[in-house]
Write a protein that binds this ligand. Structure first.
Ligand SMILES: [Zn+2]
Length: 677
């Protein structure tokens, strides 16, 4: 992994205050002092158990156990890697994150991606050139003219043509010096089943380059020009492209900084909209709208509302319902996202493109303005779907749809809107309808919670696997094992059931844990010692608070991971300020304790320290635990020596007796100190 300099991490954790970082995704319902509470964005819950501590700059959920700092919050919620999350926050909070790729593999991957990007941009130029000049492309040119794509528009969107003949693009790219591997990874080719041949994916098609937010070409969409199916082909996910994270024309739309972002179905719709002056239009790329696409919308400049257009045909309308259901779910999870979602409908069952051509820009602006909120749309939709041409309503089906749609949301106002009209039309009390919605919803939520827990479990397993392989690589220097206590027997593996388990919230299935490595096994006392030491923070090495010999050291821990952690702790330690918890979470995030992420375990233990508002009381608690741990170690050592003594003679025996005396003195000293607490 390319290393990011420590000072950059420090600066980011300093500037990216946890309240504003988390507040973008979670709305806080309660505030007391430096503690904020809200619904957890990582698991479904009805009463808030997600806590943010603005003073320590950390978060912790007591429902699912997740905890950490701003960086791992972003990693979790945006599904980013560590360096990506750092860059994400750096960009947002104005901290320069230098690219420092010391590692060969990392820089190799980067180089490969750069080559693939270059290839895609060369391919784009090739397609444009073909479109403009090749005699073969006349069918593409006449199609474009027929759809009123003038030369300026074609230039703006990089419209191109992929030749119908096999091998043309390939030989162009070979001449440019690209390897078959680079071509295969570009998404422009498909690979034969035995893997030794590549074929052009797009042939005889009108080409729409798909760009990332910065305008780099990362994929293509290709439309047929004859009768061949499918009508559209899109690049698959590739080394540089992830369909679910991108939107067509986003690079142009984001520059508008408009309050409204319009989402349509296809490339041609987007282009028509931009041509008509609605440059704030994007399209999802041949998939159902994803949560990361919605986040992308919400991140756009001044965006306050997203207006969706769905095709008017049956398929489009079915897609609309599914999209709304998903969207409500996304919003429920990202309760801090202040974005209004609306649904617009083009009159007369037309596409936006067609409508603009026939009725002009102003008429279309009115269509955008008259977009309905999701609740309004659902209420009307339930009616329209169940009324026949003679205005006769199928009341049973209508009521069913109304209750179903209302069950998708937890929002009282939304339910009121959806149930309101129905109550009048059916001459039924609104409470009856709303109760039915709530009943359906609670069944749904239970199922959802189970599904989520399963997903969360899978994510956790992956994360734990990663940390375990890191643990295996990172070994401590031998002197860290040469402490007062013998290291655990090598190769000894303990089973998960021998270690205290975390409380699993109701509804969460428990997961089979793989066997733990000895590095991560820690008893509650050691964990508590670490938690108290971290809670003392800058007072830990303050002579007026803690004697020098009472400062916790690696030797006090049996658990190798705790040893490694405390060593890194002192590396970061500065006199007077200590190490912020948020900063130290970054260190802990590499380790496991008892099969769980170390930061989750330690933060949990640290909350128990929070109740000591007086630092002297906290110090005394810390000392009490420290002495207990040290006495225990001495007892173990003593027992060993006694055993050894019975087998030794002469000088050896004398040494052991001396050692035992020393231990005895040391124990007395500790006990004496203990009694003075
Ligand atoms: Zn949670």
């Amino acid at each position: 992994m390319g290393r990011i300099p420590e000072r950059v991490i420090d600066e980011i954790l300093d500037k990216a205050d946890i309240e504003s970082v988390v507040g973008h995704y979670v709305s806080f319902t309660k505030r007391s002092g430096s503690n904020l509470k809200g619904l957890c964005p990582f698991h479904s819950e009805k009463t808030p158990s997600f806590n943010v501590n603005t003073q320590k700059n950390i978060y912790k959920c007591f429902g699912c156990g997740k905890g950490g700092n701003a960086i791992n919050f972003i990693m979790n919620i945006e599904s980013l890697s560590y360096p990506e999350a750092v860059k994400f926050l750096g960009a947002k909070y104005g901290v320069d994150v230098p690219e420092e790729d010391s590692d060969y593999r990392e820089s190799h991957i980067k180089q490969h991606k750069e080559r693939v990007r270059k290839l895609l941009s060369d391919a784009e130029a090739f397609f444009i050139d073909e479109f403009k000049h090749s005699p073969d492309a006349s069918v593409a040119r006449s199609y474009a003219a027929g759809r009123q794509l003038d030369p300026d528009t074609c230039d703006k969107f990089g419209i191109g043509y992929a030749p119908a003949e096999w091998g043309v693009l390939k030989s162009f790219l070979v001449k440019k010096g690209y390897t078959e591997q680079e071509m295969a990874d570009s998404g422009l080719f498909s690979v034969s089943s035995n893997g030794d041949k590549i074929f052009e994916l797009f042939r005889g098609r009108l080409m729409f380059p798909i760009k990332d937010a910065f305008g780099n070409t990362i994929a293509f969409g290709g439309r047929n020009l004859g009768k061949e199916l499918p009508k559209y082909i899109n690049s698959p996910d590739s080394a540089v492209y992830k369909k679910q994270d991108n939107l067509y024309a986003y690079n142009i739309a984001k520059k508008e900084r408009s309050k409204t972002l319009i989402v349509v179905e296809g490339y041609m719709d987007v282009i028509a909209m931009h041509k008509a002056g609605f440059s704030n239009t994007v399209a999802a790329l041949g998939t159902a709208f994803t949560d990361s696409q919605l986040r992308l919308c919400a991140r756009t400049g001044n965006c306050e509302e997203v207006v969706f257009f769905f095709d008017s045909d049956a398929a489009g309308q079915k897609a609309a319902l599914r999209a709304i259901q998903m969207m409500i779910k996304y919003l429920r999870r990202m309760s801090g996202m202040m974005i209004i979602i609306k649904i617009a409908k083009v009159p007369g069952g037309k596409d936006p493109d067609e409508f603009i051509r026939q009725n002009g820009t102003e008429a279309f602006a009115k269509v955008v303005e008259s977009a309905q909120t999701m609740s309004e749309y659902l209420a009307q939709r339930a009616y329209n779907d169940n009324v026949d041409e003679n205005d006769k309503l199928d009341t049973a089906r209508y009521l069913n749809d109304i209750c179903l749609y209302g069950s998708w949301t937890d929002d009282e106002i939304a339910r009121d809107i959806i149930a309101g009209e129905a109550s009048k039309k059916l001459n039924m009390r609104i409470e009856v309808i709303i109760n039915r919605m709530a009943g359906l919803a609670s069944n749904d939520r239970e199922r959802e919670a189970m599904m989520e827990a399963r997903g969360l479990g899978r994510m956790r397993e992956e994360e734990i696997e990663n940390r375990r392989s890191y643990q295996a690589q990172e070994q401590l220097p031998q002197e860290y094992y040469d402490s007062q206590v013998p290291p655990p027997e090598t190769g000894a593996l303990k089973k998960a059931e021998d270690v205290p388990q975390q409380d699993v919230p109701p509804g969460f299935p428990t997961f089979d844990q793989p066997q733990m490595s000895e590095d991560e096994i820690a008893d509650p006392m050691q964990i508590s010692l670490m938690a108290h030491a971290l809670s003392l923070n800058e007072l830990l090495c303050d002579k007026s608070m803690v004697d020098k010999e009472d400062i916790v050291r690696a030797g006090d821990f049996r658990c190798p991971n705790l040893k490694k952690m405390i060593r890194e702790y002192y590396e970061l330690y500065t006199e007077g300020t200590g190490v912020s918890v948020a900063r130290f979470i970054d260190v802990m995030s590499k380790y496991l304790l008892n099969g769980r992420p170390a930061e989750d375990v330690i933060l949990e233990a640290m909350t128990k320290c929070d109740r000591y508002s007086d630092s002297k009381v906290l110090r005394d608690m810390y000392l009490a635990i420290l002495y207990k741990v040290r006495l225990e170690q001495m007892t173990v050592k003593e027992e060993e020596l006694v055993k050894k003594m019975s087998l030794s003679m002469g000088e050896d025996r004398e040494h052991i007796i001396q050692d035992l005396k020393k231990i005895d003195l040391y124990k007395k000293k500790i006990k004496d100190k203990e009694s003075r607490i």
